[in-house]
Design a protein around this ligand. Structure first.
Ligand code: NAI
Length: 403
């Protein structure tokens, strides 16, 4: 144990250990990769920071890095997703944890400072906050060999920096690896979003109308799993190809203003702000459920809803009830934060096995290569190893191309 941590309560560690134990033998690809790297010793003495949802699967990645000899710091990219028990278990095992569930924005920023002042070699970001800090406080970045970015929103931030010629460090768009977004963004979010919504509301989805806003990787997964549960699905989009794809996939497609009076459940999946606004909310019927699967909690205009609503109360854990001045009730799930993580268990373990294997391999890539200050794609050989190992773990064989 170290005393270089800031968590809610170290006495929660035993429960956290149980949660980590559950995932520990369900990530065979990550375990295989860790075993392989252990022989090389590349991570020994290296400083690694992770700013990513802090729960059992992430903890397992942090412990894998520790096993490889790295010194590991961690905070959560979204304080609502922090599991205090897991934070305690990690602190007990010598990881420098700075995270508390529902920490304020100020606390979260102080955590980032406490971590980054230790001058990391490589980092894992989920949404781009470490990257932003390394650009704002350049002294923190003096040892940086590379930044690995987990999600679409963070990759979009990196692409913007790179296009402006302002990217100061090597970075990899982990999200864009096929082994990541095809499975994690789509099927991982698809399943875990509906697990969270049904758990929080205790409502039946079959026969209901689900409106999915945004038909990217996340939206596709949320839509297909809603359909699987028996819902009628409406998709809203701004991209004509995605809109047509949704139509060909069998969903109704229309503008959000037309979908607003029809939906029972609404799920945003765009990565953009204020895609559900009061002009839409005022058209919704009584008792609808609004949630967000995008990275940030700004896809639903909750600040405006708070202002305009005549009544407000918390009715269940992570379910807030707003009464509009037309008398209708609107439920907001998980405070408009990332629903599957802030309101549920996050992605399935065996999906995160792939995402975190790509992460580990990209961290390794930065430590063994002298990368340039630019945005890299995940090397094709890393993507291929991860998918092949995953197929092996699933016991699936495939044919070879005939030349
Ligand atoms: P993507 O770029 O593949 O898809 C976003 C889609 O939203 C695009 O098709 C775009 O045209 C559409 N869109 C943008 N503005 C819109 C609007 N006003 N109305 C309707 N559609 C609109 O991105 P991806 O990978 O699907 O990610 C979406 C968000 O989810 C990002 O914030 C990402 O970081 C996050 N994410 C969340 C996960 C989770 O566990 N909940 C997992 C992976 C990503």
């Amino acid at each position: 144990m170290n005393d270089n941590f800031l968590i809610k309560d170290i006495n929660l560690a035993q429960k956290g250990e149980q949660l980590i134990d559950w995932v520990a033998n369900k990530m065979p690809v990550l375990i295989g990769l860790t075993n392989k790297y252990e022989k090389e010793g590349v991570f020994k003495g290296k400083k690694v920071a992770l700013c990513i949802h802090l729960e059992a699967k992430t903890a397992f990645l942090a412990l894998a890095l520790k096993r490889l000899g790295a010194e590991v710091w961690i905070t959560s990219s979204n304080p609502l997703s922090t599991k205090d028990e897991v934070a305690a278990a990690l602190a007990k095992q010598g990881v420098h944890v700075y995270a508390k569930h529902a920490a304020s924005k100020e606390e979260y920023h102080s955590y980032l400072h406490s971590i980054l002042k230790n001058r990391m070699h490589v980092t894992v970001d989920d949404g781009g906050d470490i990257c932003e800090y390394l650009h704002q406080f350049k002294e923190y970045g003096e040892n940086i060999r590379g930044i690995c970015e987990e999600t679409t929103t963070g990759v979009n931030r990196l692409k913007a920096l790179s296009a402006e010629g302002k990217l100061l460090y090597p970075a990899i768009a982990v999200n864009d690896a096929k082994s990541k977004h095809l499975f994690d963004n789509r099927y991982g979010t698809g399943q875990s979003t509906w697990t969270a919504i049904t758990q929080l509301t205790n409502m039946n989805v079959a026969g209901k109308t689900v409106v999915v806003i945004g038909y990217g990787w996340v939206g596709r997964g949320v839509a297909v799993r809603a359909q699987g549960l028996g819902a009628e699905v409406i998709v809203t989009e701004i991209d004509p190809w995605k809109a047509l794809e949704a139509r060909m996939d069998g969903y109704k497609v229309m503008p959000i203003v037309e979908a607003s009076p029809l939906g029972d459940f609404f799920v945003t999946a765009t990565g953009e702000s204020n895609v559900i606004r009061m002009e839409h909310i005022n058209k919704m019927h009584n008792g609808v459920f609004l949630s967000n699967a995008g990275h940030f909690d700004y896809e639903i205009d909750i600040p405006r809803l708070k202002k305009d609503a005549e009544g407000y109360k918390i009715v269940r854990s992570e379910v807030e009830e707003y009464t509009l001045n037309n008398g209708n009730i609107i439920y907001i799930l998980a405070r408009g934060g990332i629903i599957n993580i802030a309101g549920g268990l996050g992605h399935p373990v065996d999906i995160m096995d792939m995402s975190f294997s790509v992460q580990l391999a990209c961290l390794h890539y930065f430590l063994v290569n002298n990368a340039e200050k630019k945005l890299y794609k995940v090397p094709a050989e890393i993507d291929k190893i991860v998918v092949e190992e995953k197929l092996k773990a699933e016991g699936i064989e495939i044919d070879e191309e005939i030349i």
